[in-house]
Ligand binder design. Sequence first.
Ligand SMILES: *Cc1c(COP(=O)(O)O)cnc(C)c1O
Length: 411
Amino acid sequence: MLVNSPFSEKPAILGGIPCLPAGPPAWPFPSAATTQVLQEAQKTGLWGKYHGPWTKELQQRLCELHQKDEALLCSSGTVAIELALRGLNVGPGDEVILAAYDFEGNFKNILTVDATPMLVDVDRRNGNLDIELVEQAITPATRCILVSHLHGGLVPMRALTAIAAARGIPVIEDACQVPGAMIEGRTAGSWGEIGTLSFGGSKLLTAGRGGAVLTSSPQIAQRIRLYSFRGNDAYPLSELQAGLLIPQLDQLPSQNQLRQENVSHLIRKLGSDSGLTSLENHRLNPAHASAPGYYKLGLWYDSERFEGLPRELFCLAMQAEGIALFPGFRALHAIHSRRRYLQADELSVASECDLRMIVLHHPILLSEAESMTQIAEAVRRIQIHAVEIRQQTTPEIQEAVRKKNSDHSFE
Ligand SMILES: *Cc1c(COP(=O)(O)O)cnc(C)c1O
């Protein structure tokens, strides 16, 4: 079948023509709306302000989107999580439940407030916190649950918040990767006592840097304000940054929709035995509407389906094809000293994520469907030539591909 396909030619890493010769799209995409904001900022002088009409409007819009009373803007998603922990008064002696496969900054934030991460395994099909293991991870020292939605997987928040509420434990919902996603009828980030967003440079909503803490608790908001105010806002998001985010909020629903359509298309094109398996949201309650977010698309990599081609080499071969595909996060227990955390179970699925997860970065997901066909073809090409790739890809070639793609390797 592939004999007559132009893609049965040599993979790019062996000297063939890349499937997507233009390479990964640069992010963010320029738009008329952001150009207008920049011009207006210049004209009005708002670019020199910490606070103004744009920060107000952004706060209002974020409150509406998440059905929360307060949206505290700050300088990053990482800071938003730290402020959330401080808002809950998490400190020495406290334990914070966290998936063992998660953004490393979340682990470090828990250490920053002198608390201890209690690592819990992830769900085998969903790749995110396994809510069935949460109950047994709760101890008298548990102060909160910090939970993220990663790689197209969504945590069943209806069930998780019920478990937490029954034990009187607050939840911080990290929606940094999934702004505007829908989980069982509510926007991601709106389920917990606190939700967090990131506006980092690579994120779906971007101001280069930035973040937000969402809450309806006046006590939490007040504690965060007290901590942040040092005679002046210590962690502000500027007026200019807020101005740039507002038009992106308008575009978010249609962009989320397009990303989801492209992911479905790609998964269909890959088929069921490509050696790549996407994460599933099998535990979400189907009685309520859900729609994932795709900062990255997570896929399980099965090297056996690629003649034993190591995951790193597979990713490099895909990068040579012009596709921003990288190994996923390191599992937290795999990269931190045993003295830094507690663990509630064996963390065996998280260990597997550590070895097998790969992630496709989002900008390509706003392309036309043809690009998804090309990605699937690139996978097949590499599969067919896996043995040659393993044998012929010298350290020099690997280094050259790595160098060329370092810009596209984002957190
Ligand atoms: C990016 C990210 C953050 C941190 O956001 P920054 O703005 O980069 O500090 C936190 N959690 C998750 C899951 C993220 O992906």
